[in-house]
Design a protein around this ligand. Structure first.
Ligand SMILES: *Cc1c(COP(=O)(O)O)cnc(C)c1O
Length: 219
């Protein structure tokens, strides 16, 4: 199958899941995760009209996205991988949405850079719903306090929450937990669901899904 066919298949599955979940048509955004793929592999997705992309490494993204952004207007780039504070300047310069705010140090570094660069990428807080030690993200029970810190101490608007459920568990309860935290905090956006579980995530209220291999193929 060609990339365009795979992309269209994902798009129609999203539309079907919206319908099934009585969600408005087009209410779930598709973030096409292009990590590890080079510019030549990404261009067919741009030609097929895809404009929202996710990457997990700042440095890798700097190697391909400035050119792609210059070629094609209207690209929205999401950082979905862990961010080190020494990369905050580059991240603020390149990304339109940073989904992985997960500790005070990085929130402060982002707030400082956003002031310096007069640029305001939209921000999501990553929640470690499975409390996995190897995974980034703030603990569920600390999420409200952390969001309040970002808002009240740093003046950062937190637009959404993001999670990556444990690979070996039923993702439903993790999506439900993230949705519950967002409701409690008055947070609008929910980034959840990947190639294997994005339809489930939509059933639990995802407003964006991050789909890589189902579009670009195996990594
Ligand atoms: C790689 C990645 C994805 C996409 O995973 P697929 O299973 O290839 O769809 C989604 N979210 C994050 C945070 C990732 O790192």
């Amino acid at each position: 199958m060609e990339l365009e066919e795979r992309l269209n298949d994902v798009r129609s599955r999203i539309a079907a899941a919206e319908l099934q979940g009585r969600r408005p048509d087009g209410s779930v955004q598709l973030v096409a995760v292009s990590k590890t793929f080079d510019a030549d592999a990404i261009r067919p997705a741009l030609q097929a009209g895809q404009r929202i992309f996710g990457e997990n490494r700042v440095q890798e993204s700097q190697g391909k996205w400035p050119d792609l952004k210059a070629e094609t207007p209207g690209i929205e780039l999401h950082l979905i991988g862990p961010l080190q504070s020494n990369k905050a300047a580059e991240a603020v310069a390149l990304f339109d949405v940073i989904e992985t705010v997960d500790r005070e140090k990085i929130a402060r570094a982002l707030a400082d850079e956003m002031k310096l660069q007069a640029k305001t990428p939209r921000l999501y807080v990553q929640v470690n719903t499975g409390l996995e030690p190897q995974k980034a993200g703030i603990a569920p029970k600390e999420t409200m306090q952390f969001v309040a810190f970002c808002r009240d101490e740093l003046g950062l608007a937190i637009e959404g929450l993001m999670c990556i459920p444990p690979a070996d568990e039923n993702p439903g309860p993790h999506f439900a937990l993230l949705a519950q935290l967002a409701r409690a905090g008055g947070i609008e956006k929910l980034s959840m669901g990947m190639s294997g579980d994005y339809e489930t995530a939509i059933a639990f209220g995802a407003t964006s899904v991050r789909v890589g291999s189902a579009i670009f193929g195996a990594r």
